[in-house]
Ligand binder design. Structure first.
Ligand code: SAM
Length: 338
């Protein structure tokens, strides 16, 4: 896939044509249902109809999102519960994130309201896996470890000794990594790996432990924490530099924040209600690929232009080294311009 693909059309139709497991991360700022005065937010006659729409795209996401992918759905404080009870039927909820909008308008007229001023939006964070760390799910399918199991099988073949001889020499800690034909295979510790190299020197054992550990870890959901991955994300609403003619443009910084924590460079991010394309611009700025869908033609045109410009810049200015968490270059930790 080139760096991005954009579709002008209905998200359900587009998603139906997408390849299974082709998306690492979904970030969608969906219509919040009858909050803003635009036809796209008033498509559903009832909340039940809206929830049916949510369920319809959830079915597609179950197929499209990689087994260790991540799903972020923006909602507001009122609709959040309805979206959550619907999505909980399809995915495991990991967080109900709060975006505290540090410069939101209501704080300025708080005396004029007869309710608590709304300063937040919500982001539901889901995994398609069965457990919150991803380990149990990964281990359920022994095929996930196939290349690593094969590596240890070939190593044993190269040193030409039985598993019993290995365990007699190195100890029980070397047991699981040589169960390469069983569902109980597991990676040895770094210490055991070193003991193996010392006890059975062989050119074959040439991969660095860190390299093996990375392959092992990559089976889990990507998680590039920087110590500030807290469930309240603080930062400004969209500023003059990243606003567009779309009435609900999200700030670039928050999309970049979610993308850099939950994906690695080269991964694919999907936004199936992209509006002016903020998520896809953020994906390109951070060296990821983007797939965007928008049904409204005028918004689609805005997105196309923004994304084409971002892709040009990505050739030079934005794509950084192929690292991991350190690829958050230039991203504010707690939000954008104030
Ligand atoms: C909240 S806005 C997204 C704004 C976006 N985050 C941005 O920064 O510009 C939701 C968008 O979803 C689009 N939309 C609504 N229903 C859709 C559907 N069935 N398929 C594709 N797009 C849809 C709307 O036209 C609207 O632009």
């Amino acid at each position: 896939m080139s760096d991005y693909q954009l579709f002008h059309g209905d998200c359900l139709e587009v998603m139906a044509g997408m390849e299974a497991g082709s998306v690492h991360c979904v970030i969608a700022d969906i219509p919040y249902y009858d909050i803003v005065n635009h036809s796209w937010d008033k498509q559903w006659p009832t909340m039940e109809a809206y929830q049916e729409w949510v369920a319809a795209w959830a079915v597609e996401l179950r197929r499209i999102v990689a087994h260790n992918g991540s799903i972020y759905i923006f909602t507001d404080d009122k609709v959040n519960a309805y979206v959550q009870v619907t999505l909980d039927k399809f995915f495991l909820l990991l967080n109900n994130l709060v975006w505290f909008k540090t410069n939101n308008l209501p704080i300025k007229n708080v005396y004029g309201l007869r309710t608590w001023a709304t300063m937040t939006e919500r982001i539901l964070f889901y995994t398609p896996q069965y457990d919150s760390t991803g380990w149990e799910t990964v281990k359920l399918d022994v095929n996930n470890f196939e290349p690593l199991r094969e590596y240890f099988r070939q190593y044993q073949e190269a040193i030409g000794v039985s598993k019993k001889q290995i365990i007699d020499t190195v100890g029980q800690s070397a047991d699981h990594c040589f169960r390469w034909n069983s569902t109980q295979w597991d990676l040895p510790t770094e210490e055991t790996y070193q003991q193996l190299a010392d006890a059975f020197p062989c050119d074959f054992l040439r991969r660095d432990y860190e390299d093996l550990r990375r392959d092992y870890e990559d089976l889990r959901r990507t998680w590039n924490t920087d110590g500030n991955t807290l469930d309240v994300i603080m930062g400004s609403i969209v500023g003059a530099s990243d606003n567009t003619a779309h009435p609900t443009t999200k700030p670039l910084w928050i999309m970049k924040r979610l993308i850099t924590v939950s994906t690695n460079p080269g991964d694919t991010v999907l936004d199936f209600t992209m509006g002016s394309g903020t998520t896809i611009v953020a994906a390109l700025h951070t060296g990821r690929k983007g797939v965007g869908v928008e049904m409204d033609e005028s918004y689609f045109r805005i997105a196309q232009q923004r994304i084409a410009k971002a892709a040009q810049m990505a050739d030079g200015q934005f794509v950084t080294k192929a690292g991991r968490a350190e690829d958050t270059d230039g991203l504010p930790m707690f939000g954008g311009e104030q």
